[in-house]
Design a protein around this ligand. Sequence first.
Ligand code: HEC
Length: 134
Amino acid sequence: MIRITLRYIAVILLIGFFSACNKDKGPYSITQELDVNAIDSVSYVVHVQPIFDANCTNCHNASHSKLDLQSAVSYNQLLYTGFSASYVNVSNPPQSKLYLHLTGVLAIMPPSGAIQQSEQDLILKWIEQDALDN
Ligand code: HEC
């Protein structure tokens, strides 16, 4: 009887463990394809910065000579203070330097290979929506 009870407890703990993991995923998981059309208003903080955190900041941090993409400074770096700022062009979004690097028209970023198409589309949509610090 005790054994069976212990087994039940173990199963319940395991279920609890796995469902707890699923709750940690935030607004979306970076590894899943995003549905860009489902995001009406792109947020720099919620949508764009996590893409930089996951793919760029291991190189583009305070020690990078041209562009720091860490959350505290990335927006200002992209629009005003980075070496080749502005990296966004709200009057012609597909010609933004940031986007040209993501799509490989300029040196592909990250150098190991492009981020997902949906992530590129999301950043383009952010620029099309006036590249707000939102
Ligand atoms: C493995 C390191 C590495 C990763 C990861 C990386 N980059 Fe870069 N990036 C570089 C290097 C090196 C350069 C070239 C710097 C130079 O020209 O002196 C560069 C240049 C750039 C430039 C042009 C800067 C300029 O002023 O000319 C942009 C924009 C850029 N990266 C964006 C990104 C973005 C966005 C990501 C993530 C999606 C990313 N990079 C990921 C190493 C990296």
